[in-house]
Design a protein around this ligand. Sequence first.
Ligand code: BV8
Ligand code: ZN
Length: 253
Amino acid sequence: MTEIIQDPLSLTIDDDASVVVLTGAGISAESGLSTFRDSDGLWEKHRVEDVATPEGFRHDPELVWRFYSSRRKNARTCQPNDGHKALVDLERRLKSKNGSFLLVTQNIDGLHQRAGSENVIPIHGGLMETRCSNIRCEDSRTAVYDDKVYDDELPKCEKCSHLLRPNVVWFGEMLDVAQQREAIWAVRKCDWFLAIGTSGTVYPVAGYVQDARAAGARTVLANLKAADNLHAFHSFIPGRATDVLPKLVATTG
Ligand code: BV8
Ligand code: ZN
């Protein structure tokens, strides 16, 4: 049974603890970026199959580039919020003592990195990164920084002339093996597993809480509302990330 905690100050994270944090689109909502599955979310306006799958890209690359270009435009104008900043504070507190910290984010918006988080695994890729779509081309294995907006002329690879694509993990695509291995290794040895702003819908990441709990971690969900995988958490702190996280981090010591 998941206990509901109304006061984040009632939890104390020791400053020598090992902490893994998993974030989703909800932590960027108060920076003005749409989530996916909330009422006005991205999946309300676009079919996932059309804009977030390899098949969708093959079928209509212009539509996919318009989708990611509009997200690039939005992300440029947004700033990290107090939720992102609280996680930077938590990382610094833990690292200043014998603690450890890893942030696994499903978000591709780059706001954690811009806030100053250092130990970050962007497990679903990066919005401001582009790579070749041709898996036989060496430029498909490394992504380059690219914040350009492609509304008409689509970018082509200089090496093989195939289309370039956003460096994000689409549905039906494997996550980066090394990133997965690092994330799972940390999840299986942490003291605390905190999931923030995620609906717990997308696998394999939504399964990390089970791994953490099975390995003995205290598992906590901080989210505006109950997530699909709420049952797997010891505790649930309902609320907004910018309200809950600064209080939760203040108790570290
Ligand atoms: C894969 C692209 C192997 C980038 C995304 C079991 C195992 C493995 C795979 C599967 C499996 N079962 C099904 C699958 C297939 C699939 C999947 O999980 N499907 C789901 C829908 C059932 N998984 C995959 O395809 C993965 N690939 O495993 O490869 C494989 C291959 C084929 C077949 C089987 C296995 C790839 C998954 C990655 C997909 N790419 N995005 C992009 O465009 O961004 S996923 C997309 O959803 C984003 O990355 C996003 O981050 C992610 C999760 O969404 P959330 O971040 O949680 O956002 P959401 O809107 O849902 O929720 C926000 C929450 O915040 C809400 O709860 C809300 O209440 C809360 N909130 C709002 N405001 C606030 C707040 N909380 C706090 N404060 C606030 N202010
Ligand atoms: Zn190429």
